[in-house]
Structures are given as C-alpha cells and as structure tokens.
Design a protein around this ligand. Structure first.
Ligand code: SAM
Length: 297
C-alpha cells in the first residue's frame, strides 16, 4: 500500500530534524568547557601547554586539585591560578604526575642490556636523551646500567622534564629508603651485576645515590609540547609520558624523537605505549615489541 501524503511529509520532517542534529556542533559539558579554559589560561599566563593532553586522566587530576585546593569549581581554580604563581606550581604537581621507579619493568632494562648496549658499544661516544625523566629514577637506573657495561664515562645524558620540582629532586638523587627493597629487586631482575647497596648511602629515611653517576648528566627543562630537538642522540627513552598525551601531541613527541636520533638510533617507550597508530609507525621498526624498544629506519 502506498504511504499517504501525511506520512511522507512526517518522514521528510523527521529526516530534516536528524540532519540538523548531525550538523550541530557536539555539545561539551560545562566541566569540559571549564577544563579547556583552564588549560588556555595556564598556557597564556605561564606558557605551559597542557591543551593536548588526554582528556579523561587530565579531568581526573584537575578534579582532585579542585578538591585539594578547596575550590567550588574548575572556574574558581582557574581564577586563583591566574593570579597566584605559587598555586600554579602546586597545580603543576597534579598535572604532571611525578611518579617513577628505579628499573621499572626490569625486563625492559634487561633488553637494553642484552640487545641495545652491544650496539652502543660500537660508538666512540654516546648521547642519550631521557625525556620526561620526572624525579630521576629512570636516569639513575640507566647510569648504573651504563657504568656496569663500561659506557658511562663516554656517554652524555640529557635528562629533561617540565616540572622544576621534579628536576630539582632528580639532581639531588635522594630517594626514600622504603622504596629501596623494590628497586633492589628490580635491579637484580634486570640483570644487575653488583650488590645494589653499593650505589647509595643510607641516611635516616633516605638513600643518597652515588653522585658520580651523574657526572655527565645534564638535567634540563624541556617540553615535548613546545620545545625542539636534541641532535644526534643514539638512544631516546621516554617512558610513561606519551600515555598522557592525545594523538596529535604523541605524534609531535615521536617526531622530535625521530629527528633527534642518529641513523639507526634506538627509542624506548613505556610498557603501555605504542607507535602503532602514529604517523611514525612506518619510520621505526620494533627491536623488541614486547619491551617497546624500537629502532629508527
Ligand atoms: C609518570 S612520569 C614518568 C617518569 C619516568 N619516565 C618513568 O617512567 O618512571 C611522567 C613525566 O612526564 C613529564 N611530562 C609531562 N608532560 C611533559 C611534556 N610536555 N614534556 C616533557 N615532560 C613532560 C611529567 O612532568 C612527569 O615527570
């Protein structure tokens, strides 16, 4: 049976309404709008660029900060942060997640020792970039590994981060004593050759790491969102940083790593990070996919 004129007119109206809905810009929640405005304000006022970080985890951290600073909303936090650099520094501790561990994922370090170090040994001098080094645990782990393999003296390490408080801690090389049992276990599992305690002096509740491990380390402020490349590096390690970025910013960072690496240089990422969906997936080959270690093509 043919549909009546009225039915046809209703269908046409319905499809026009649906079309209008499709063309409507996606509605953002008030919280999402406040978050965008906060990140824009931080960028304009302090030049820290958090605008391209992954939404969900950034939202969680800002909501935690709103509570911790006793604000009623993100907008109130924004107004306070704009006028108070000290509060911004405190907020930075929420936005940057300064969490690290020595020899985190021991199998990653074992793979560096077995598969990357033999190639690095063929160079007369080495440059390594530890991007997003946080409080330095990754840098000290790498320095220990390089010393045991006889490479530390001919290696320059650039250890960079955007959080000045983390960099200050990294320079000091003092870590809580209650973490040392875990670090010693990780070190042994990573193929450590000595007694882990030979690398630090214990005092009160802290372990002070051998200062000479950092003789050739430069700790510096550098942002993967806004800054440029390091030249001719043989290894870039950037672990547990890209997971906090959106796709566009991940690609920017991978572009910096690609450009910084020398011919056939190595890239190490965190255990939950991947280059599979990036513009750079064709420009690196996996050396050990499970350990997220890649080689520049
Ligand atoms: C979870 S920690 C990872 C620390 C260390 N790489 C590890 O795996 O143990 C993430 C670090 O990335 C840093 N970070 C965040 N955004 C950054 C950016 N745009 N450029 C450089 N570092 C950044 C943070 O300050 C923080 O220290």
């Amino acid at each position: 049976m043919e549909p009546s004129a009225k039915v046809i007119a209703n269908r046409l109206n319905e499809s026009k309404v649906n079309e209008a809905r499709v063309n409507e810009p996606q509605r953002l929640s008030t919280l999402d709008i406040e978050l965008r405005l906060l990140m824009e304000a931080i960028y304009l006022r302090y030049s820290y660029d958090f605008r391209d970080y992954a939404g969900a985890s950034q939202k969680r951290r800002v909501v935690q900060a709103v509570r911790a600073f006793d604000c009623k909303s993100v907008s109130e936090l924004q107004a306070r942060v704009l006028h108070d650099p000290d509060l911004f520094m405190q907020l930075l501790q929420y936005l940057t997640i300064p969490v690290s561990e020595m020899f985190r994922d021991p199998s990653y370090y074992a793979c560096l020792r077995q598969e990357v170090i033999p190639v690095l040994k063929t160079y007369p001098s080495l440059k390594i970039w530890v991007a997003g080094c946080s409080t330095g645990e990754e840098v000290y782990s790498l320095a220990i590994l390089l010393r045991e393999e006889g490479l530390l003296d001919r290696t320059i390490i650039y250890a960079t981060d955007i959080n000045p408080q983390s960099l200050e801690k990294a320079r000091k090389g003092v870590f809580p004593l209650d973490r040392i049992a875990l670090y010693a276990k990780n070190y042994q599992e990573a193929g450590g050759q000595l007694d882990f305690s030979s690398y630090y002096t214990a005092a009160y509740n802290a372990a002070l790491f051998d200062r000479s491990l950092c003789d050739n380390v430069t700790f510096a402020d550098h942002s993967l969102s806004t800054d440029s490349v390091f030249s001719e590096t043989h290894l870039v390690t950037c672990r547990n940083v890209l997971i906090y970025f959106n796709r566009g910013l991940q690609d920017r960072a991978l572009g910096l790593f690609h450009e910084s690496l020398c011919h056939r240089g190595f890239l190490g990422l965190g255990s939950k990070e991947s280059i599979d969906f990036s513009d750079y997936s064709q420009r690196f080959e996996p050396l050990q996919k499970r350990e997220r270690i890649f080689r520049k093509l």
